[in-house]
Write a protein that binds this ligand. Structure first.
Ligand code: CU
Length: 178
């Protein structure tokens, strides 16, 4: 591959991490790594609305049976997660989905999430419609997308995690729910 083509590929990959639709921008998508016994995992990202007020109504990803919209609330001093029907995004504002706050809960993971693994996640907005971005897996205890992971994203124009790809073949396997 010649150098200019390589640069073009890298530029394309860098753009893949961000998606726009009708004033909605989604970026910084990431997930926490999971152990092989885990069937649920957290997916996080940042939504910025430069258009009219909108609402995130649902999300999906091939990594899991379904993605639920969750919020984290304090109930008698105990932090609990619960599903919400929609997440409003005000015009001119950003909403950060992060651990301990709003997040997407991947239910029924089809394979363990290993650091560096990249996955598509599609968000459905009431007005802007579907927005798909590429997320990357950070370490299990990460509180944000890790520089190491983002470097990996930049330096790996082609999917290199063949081990994880092979696991996709087992996606027909049923997994026990927690
Ligand atoms: Cu949750």
């Amino acid at each position: 591959m010649n150098k200019s083509l390589m640069l073009a590929v890298i530029a394309t990959m860098a753009l893949a991490g961000t998606a726009h639709a009708q004033g909605i921008t989604v970026d910084q998508a990431w997930a926490r790594a999971t152990s092989p016994s885990q069937t649920v995992g957290g997916v996080f990202l940042t939504i910025t609305d430069k258009g009219t007020p909108d609402t995130l109504v649902s999300a999906s990803s091939p990594i899991a049976d379904m993605l639920e919209l969750h919020e984290t609330v304090a109930d008698n001093g105990v932090m609990k997660m619960r599903p919400i029907a929609g997440l409003p995004v005000a015009a001119g504002q950003s909403v950060v989905l992060k651990p301990g706050s709003y997040h997407l809960m991947a239910m029924g993971l089809k394979q363990p999430l290993t650091p560096g693994y990249q996955f598509p996640v599609t968000l459905n907005f009431a007005k802007a419609g579907a927005v798909t971005v590429t997320g990357i897996v950070a370490s299990a205890g990460a509180s944000g997308p890790e520089p190491m992971s983002l470097e990996h994203l930049k330096n790996a124009p082609m999917p290199m995690d063949h081990g994880s790809m092979d696991h996709m073949d087992h996606s027909g396997m049923s997994m026990p729910k927690p």
